[in-house]
Ligand binder design. Structure first.
Ligand SMILES: NC(=O)C1=CN([C@@H]2O[C@H](COP(=O)(O)OP(=O)(O)OC[C@H]3O[C@@H](n4cnc5c(N)ncnc54)[C@H](OP(=O)(O)O)[C@@H]3O)[C@@H](O)[C@H]2O)C=CC1
Ligand SMILES: O=C(O)[C@@H]1CCC=N1
Length: 271
């Protein structure tokens, strides 16, 4: 799905850069077709050496682009939208926002333009083509939705959801990367306590987690069905699992995801 279009990523921090790298790795865009912006542009010098256009001039980046990605913090968004307002063109530009907690309508209202906006909620695994990305819009054409879905399909798996579920998607999928990473880290710490060097324990825990996820994805199986195959009667798996549940393992994950979703929904309005 190679394209001749130019993409501007406004706010090239963790997720903005992960997106840029993922798109280049997937062969969709060459670095020369991507403009990266941030205020501290010196921090992008290594990317400039790789061929990306880098600048602190957001309005200039928008003028050159067909697709504009907003990838800055919710509390930084209004200032950025005011800055790009003169350069944004509702017939030329497609806006993609990965900003948490900000609706498509919030963006149009701040811009004062009836521009097509698609929200995307990827996660940092986008850098290696393994993102779970949720897409939502309230006004974009079916053609642009397909374009954005196919764009994000090149860097993982993408689905379209209702916009009111975007904060839930943020908690489950974007924050979720951190939740699963912490689980793997905790497993590796347990592994070290029972005899493995830290680096071996981490590798073993990560591969085990990958195998568990693939059992569900490749076999379209349910976790409990796969758990039942591991838990031998009177065995050590059920002993460990029950101990974890007595200590609130599932409950902690559920409560954490609920708090994350509440926070994601309030990020823009409370700033
Ligand atoms: N991190 C993640 O996993 C995910 C994040 N998101 C969302 O993406 C957004 C960005 O998050 P994240 O990447 O973690 O945050 P970062 O702080 O890492 O990135 C934000 C970037 O924006 C730049 N920036 C700030 N103001 C401006 C401006 N006026 N013009 C241009 N660039 C600017 C900052 O650089 P400088 O200070 O140099 O300007 C910084 O590099 C947030 O809204 C977040 O909710 C969504 C999905 C996943
Ligand atoms: O922590 C955050 O607020 C952002 C949103 C999703 C992932 N990181």
């Amino acid at each position: 799905m190679e394209t001749q279009q130019h993409i501007a990523i406004l706010g090239s921090g963790n997720i903005g850069l992960a997106l840029a790298k993922g798109l280049v790795k997937a062969g969709i865009f060459a670095p020369e077709q991507i403009t990266l912006t941030r205020r501290n542009v010196a921090a992008l010098s290594a990317l400039a050496d790789e061929g990306y256009n880098v600048t602190a001039d957001n309005a200039g980046a928008v003028t050159r682009a067909d697709i504009v990605v907003l990838a800055i913090l919710p509390q930084q968004l209004n200032k950025l939208l005011d800055e790009i307002k003169p350069a944004a063109n509702q017939t030329k530009h497609l806006l993609i926002s990965v900003v948490s907690g900000v609706s498509c309508q919030d963006i149009r209202t701040q811009l004062g333009l009836d521009i097509q906006v698609i929200r995307a909620m990827p996660n940092t695994a986008i850098a290696i083509g393994q993102s779970m990305t949720c897409i939502a819009t309230d006004n974009a054409s079916a053609a642009n939705v397909s374009l954005v879905l196919s764009l994000f399909d090149t860097v993982g798996v993408s689905i379209q959801i209702n916009e009111e579920l975007m904060t839930s998607a943020t908690a489950l999928c974007a924050c979720g990367i951190a939740f699963f990473l912490r689980s793997i880290r905790a497993a590796s710490q347990g592994g070290t306590e029972i005899g493995f060097h830290a680096h071996d324990a981490l590798r073993m825990a990560a591969q085990t987690a990958k195998g568990a996820a693939d059992l569900l994805l490749q076999l379209a199986s349910h976790p409990e069905q796969e758990i039942d195959k591991v838990t031998s009667p009177k065995g050590c798996t059920i002993a460990g699992l029950n101990e974890m549940e007595h200590n609130g393992f599932s409950s902690a994950m559920i409560k954490g995801i609920k708090v994350s979703a509440e926070k994601a929904g309030a990020l823009y309005k409370t700033e």
